[in-house]
Design a protein around this ligand. Structure first.
Ligand SMILES: [Zn+2]
Length: 342
């Protein structure tokens, strides 16, 4: 089969559409003919080489896949060839204290399709049979691929971890990103007033179309000061972060007393300055979040299928153009998700 794979770690130039062996399908697995797979920053990290992760080469990423089931392992029930599905990328052991409590994303052996095993930037992907969710007829593969990972992540951040309540002020940092743009929709669904930042007026305008109430262009003004102004000096109840080093200090400064900062990423770097005096004196909550549990995945997919949350698609390009697409993502030129058609 063809895959957009790399045989050594490095930049997007290492990606080549090449022939690789088809994945083996175990008794508990299904084989999916991938039709669409969306890009995430994770694809860039894995391609560049994560020291702790020993991906066998050639390797291909892709955690946001949708397609057709073509083969079903002998132990799999409730799935049949021909089913149109989205892939839940969570991999966990199903035996540890966390898995047994439904907290599969806390599993010590937690991993992702496309990170710990080859992913969806290929014609076929093999996943455990309980990792595929049937798609309603009206939901397209590209929409599904664009939706899954960012919505799992943003849902857990906004709803489970930050517990956003009606009437609260939520600040979403860097609204062009996939998680950030979808966090706007989810925070609005929770009844919050949503403030967003971006260096692009065009992206602020797109965020407004998703329901954001206030846009701050950080290239034109001191955004932390602007946040203080629009909240009457109080600060926001919740900050949704994934930018990291470049914004961390000011994100903390933007919180009201007792406010919550939730983060799922550090795209500009992993080390940020935290003034511990501000943390304890203002009684702030710094909250980490990664992906979601399978329960949260099912909750957010139900809202997608019901039309209450929608995918935010920047562009759809063929798999063969994946290297250029990854470069575009690395430069932050997108709004929402870039999807590869397979
Ligand atoms: Zn486990």
């Amino acid at each position: 089969m063809k895959a957009l794979a790399f045989t050594e770690f490095g930049g997007p130039e290492k990606l080549q559409l090449q022939e690789v062996p088809e994945p083996k399908v175990g008794a508990q697995d299904v084989l999916v003919r991938v039709r669409a797979c969306a890009l995430n920053h994770l694809d860039l990290w894995v391609r560049q080489g994560i020291p702790a992760l020993k991906a066998p080469l050639p390797f291909w990423t892709g955690s946001d896949g949708a397609g057709d089931v073509v083969e079903v392992g002998s132990d799999v029930e409730g799935v049949k060839p021909g089913d149109r599905v989205a892939v839940n990328p969570n991999i966990s052991c199903r035996r540890c204290e966390f898995c047994l409590a439904g907290e599969d994303n806390l599993c010590p052996r937690y991993g992702l399709v496309g990170e710990h095993v080859p992913g969806g930037f290929a014609e076929y992907v093999a996943v455990r049979g309980d990792r595929v969710l049937p798609l309603p007829a009206e939901i397209g593969y590209e929409e599904a691929a664009a939706f899954v990972l960012t919505n799992m992540t943003a849902w857990r951040m906004v709803v489970t971890q930050a517990r956003v309540k009606p009437g609260e002020d939520v600040l979403v940092i860097g609204v062009g990103g996939g998680v950030s743009s979808t966090a706007v929709q989810i925070a609005k669904l929770c009844g919050a007033r949503v403030i967003v930042t971006s260096s692009s007026d065009e992206k602020l305008e797109k965020a407004r179309a998703l329901g954001s109430d206030i846009g701050i262009n950080y290239a034109k003004e001191d955004w932390a000061r602007a946040v203080r102004t629009v909240t009457g000096g109080r600060g926001v109840d919740v900050v949704v972060e994934n930018v990291g080093a470049a914004t961390w200090k000011q994100s903390i400064r933007s919180l009201r007393r007792g406010g919550r900062l939730v983060t799922c990423g550090a795209t500009t770097g992993p080390i940020g300055e935290t003034d511990i005096r501000v943390l304890f004196w203002n009684q702030l909550h710094l909250i980490g979040s990664t992906m979601s549990t399978t329960r949260e995945f099912l909750d957010v997919m139900r809202l997608f299928f019901a039309g209450r949350l929608r995918p935010i698609v920047d562009e759809v390009v063929p798999l063969a153009e994946g290297a250029a697409a990854q470069q575009r993502l690395a430069e932050g030129r997108q709004f929402g998700k870039i999807v590869l058609r397979v």
